[in-house]
Ligand binder design. Sequence first.
Ligand code: HEM
Ligand code: HEM
Length: 172
Amino acid sequence: MSESVMTELKSVSPDIAIFFSRHPTVTNRASFASASSKKAKMAIVFRGEHMKAIPRLYFATAALFALIGMGWGIHMSATTDHTLSPAHGHLNLIGFVMMSVFGAYYALAPKAAAARLALIHYGLSVLTIIVLVPGIVFAINAEGEIMAKAGSVLAVLTMLVFLVTVLRNRAD
Ligand code: HEM
Ligand code: HEM
């Protein structure tokens, strides 16, 4: 990145300047340099790779959960022991299906993806899986229901954050 663009970037936002300097593949530098107002420059930055990282994060995590869930499914089929199938089902449904829907939403709604709430939402989604899935296993094995209950509350919170996000972000 040229010195002049970097200086201009620093005057708009030091944080974004640091981000651009660490991510040399960001594609929008030329249009950034030619944009007229500070608002236009920020819009270009947030339409860039910074924003696209959010849907990618959701989809990569969803694929990871799906791989674990499918491995679990194959193991259940191979052993013909389907006792834990609800845990497998919810790992796939919440971990893969729900997170993929969120990822698709953030890809369609760049403004929502640029908000700090998108990362909090991501953290809550992952935490739901980490608490709920073992929670279902413990509940099925009669080893306590507290984690399943906590996981359910987290799942509902995750969906509430999604509702707030959707309502907050209207089309421009
Ligand atoms: C390699 C892929 C998969 C294998 C081998 C597999 C295998 C299984 C098996 C053996 C059961 C138990 C069936 C029974 O007892 O009647 C099951 C249940 C289930 N699976 Fe999968 N599965 C796979 C992928 C998925 C995916 C991708 C999803 C969702 C997106 C999913 C959702 C479910 C659900 C909802 C149940 C029922 C859970 C319950 O009993 O409450 N599975 N699966
Ligand atoms: C707060 C979150 C959730 C809780 C507490 C919850 C709880 C449950 C429970 C207790 C069952 C019955 C399991 C059994 O028969 O042994 C069930 C079944 C099921 N859930 Fe959920 N669930 C949640 C979220 C979801 C979500 C987000 C999806 C879909 C994306 C989903 C899809 C299913 C399906 C397809 C079944 C039926 C599986 C079958 O036919 O055996 N659940 N869920």
